[in-house]
Ligand binder design. Sequence first.
Ligand code: HEM
Length: 176
Amino acid sequence: MEPGDDLISKLLGATHDGEPIDVGTVLGIVALVLITGIDTTWSGIGSARWHLVNHPEDAARLVDEPMLMPLAVEELLRAYSPVTMVRQVRSDTEFAGCPMREGDEVLLSFPAANRDPEAFERPDEVILDRKHNRHVAFGVGIHRCAGSNLARMEFGSPWKSGWPGFPPSGRLRGWR
Ligand code: HEM
């Protein structure tokens, strides 16, 4: 089979320090992308849809003002962040009065951070056109999500192609 213009072909042809990447590493990367790329987006899109079903005024607003979509995507990601991560403590320390020992596992609750009242005004409200929205739904730092822009595109695409049951022209009655 000839290599194509796809991720797996690129990985199989890639080198690190002049050596080809071994097949085990390629398989690991493929598994990582599969796992990170699937349940994140379906949970996020599912939560967004759940919100819009339960808040028809927001759904109607998006139908009337489709240009709000990019801001709305960020706000729905903030309010319904689907991912939490675990980190391992490297040495004994204390954070905000909480002692941590080397080897402890710490849950990084990105959803909680995204509703921090010190970081967000009215954090428990979904404000579709929220302007200041430095959410951490995609994490922060060196391991920040590698697929965040793909995820943002995926959020918009079911909307453009018509979510199942979504009214094409603002007819919200019976949309469940
Ligand atoms: C709504 C959708 C998504 C959310 C909320 C999300 C969120 C996250 C978060 C919180 C992390 C961990 C950051 C950290 O450990 O600090 C992460 C890592 C990652 N994500 Fe996403 N993600 C989404 C979609 C995707 C998609 C579509 C892909 C690719 C197809 C992807 C690929 C990755 C990869 C490869 C990593 C690991 C990065 C690393 O460890 O260096 N993600 N994502």
